[in-house]
Design a protein around this ligand. Structure first.
Ligand code: HEM
Length: 300
């Protein structure tokens, strides 16, 4: 097979006929260099000699990669909301939802790990646990689960800890959405617009009233209504991910305690009642059917 050499943009380049196609590559940016596949594919380092540990490692690593992208997109969504840019916020929230659905489906792969498979290497994991996923915590902080105690497992890693504390101190996606509602003329309590963001969010009847007005008349508030539905979807999928994790864990370890020290499935079940956007859920109970003639219940 002949390889033709040539220079393009000052870079030594090559071409070969493969299957009737003029396939090209160069000495500059290769696939491996761009995607760092050398580094990526040498990062699967089992701590046991058991064959099923590879699945466990790759499942966690792929979830961490998707979490990285969700974090990246969630930061873009926050910036878009801050800039009143609905189109940009919708685009990135739609992408997040698609990634979340993919992450939820991927639990099926881990479900092929039987309790016996896991027990062959569980002891080698010592105290390592998903509880120590700092990306997961950062995402929870960014979405509004402001619980500084959850970061304590990182107190021996000053850089990670400082990173998480910085995320804790920023307004969450929901805080920014409520500020946007206020800019659009809805009544939001002053202590929800400026406060110590490190503290957990306190639900408010006034905020619930604002969402009720928006949901009672979607046509008049289309952008905020759509934003409300897209962040509701984000929370809905987050919960579905949590549920699939909990169910997979119960399938694999039953009610054994976790490697991270918690009660295991019982601990994971508690997290299912967490709400990032509480009034967006509670408002739905109060919402009534639109009246004839286009006016709506609850004064909207
Ligand atoms: C057989 C597989 C798995 C088992 C048996 C398992 C088990 C557990 C248990 C028992 C906990 C509670 C903390 C503890 O005591 O350790 C936990 C937490 C966690 N796991 Fe998993 N897990 C598995 C797979 C995964 C995967 C693939 C991920 C993806 C990143 C993950 C992410 C997490 C996260 C983020 C938490 C913290 C949840 C919270 O604090 O709300 N886990 N896991």
């Amino acid at each position: 097979m002949t390889i033709r050499k040539f220079i393009e943009d000052g870079v030594e380049s090559f071409e070969a006929q493969i299957d009737g196609e003029a396939i090209q590559w160069d000495k500059g940016l290769t696939y491996a260099r761009h995607l760092q596949t050398g580094q990526l594919l040498s990062a699967q380092v089992p701590v046991s000699d058991k064959p099923d540990e590879m699945l466990f490692i790759i499942m966690h690593q792929t979830m961490e990669l998707w979490l990285k992208l969700v974090l990246h997109e969630a930061k873009l969504a926050i910036a878009a909301v801050r800039a009143d840019d609905f189109d940009a916020a919708f685009k990135t929230l739609d992408r997040i939802a698609t990634i979340q659905r993919h992450m939820i489906h991927s639990w099926e792969v881990l479900a092929t790990l039987t309790p016996h498979d896991f027990l062959t290497f569980r002891g080698f994991l010592r105290k390592a646990s998903g509880f120590q996923s700092w990306q997961y915590r950062e995402l929870e902080f960014l979405l509004g689960n402001k619980r500084s105690d959850l970061a304590i497992v990182h107190s021996q890693e000053p850089e990670t800890y400082a990173h998480l504390m910085a995320a804790l101190a920023e307004p969450s996606l929901y805080d920014e959405v409520l500020r946007l509602l206020a800019r659009k003329g809805f009544t939001i309590p002053a202590d929800h617009l400026e406060r110590d963001w490190t503290q957990p969010y306190e639900p408010s009847d006034t905020v619930e009233d604002a969402w009720l007005k928006i949901y009672a008349n979607p046509a008049a508030n289309w952008q905020l209504y759509t934003l409300g539905e897209k962040i509701t979807a984000l929370e809905y999928y987050f919960q579905e991910w949590r549920f699939k994790h909990m169910k997979t864990v119960s399938r694999v370890i039953g009610h054994k305690p976790g490697t991270g020290g918690s009660s295991g499935v019982n601990y994971l079940q508690k997290a299912l009642s967490l709400n990032f956007f509480p009034e967006l859920w509670s408002m739905r109970t109060r919402l009534s059917a639109p009246r004839e003639g286009g006016t709506y219940a609850d004064g909207a």
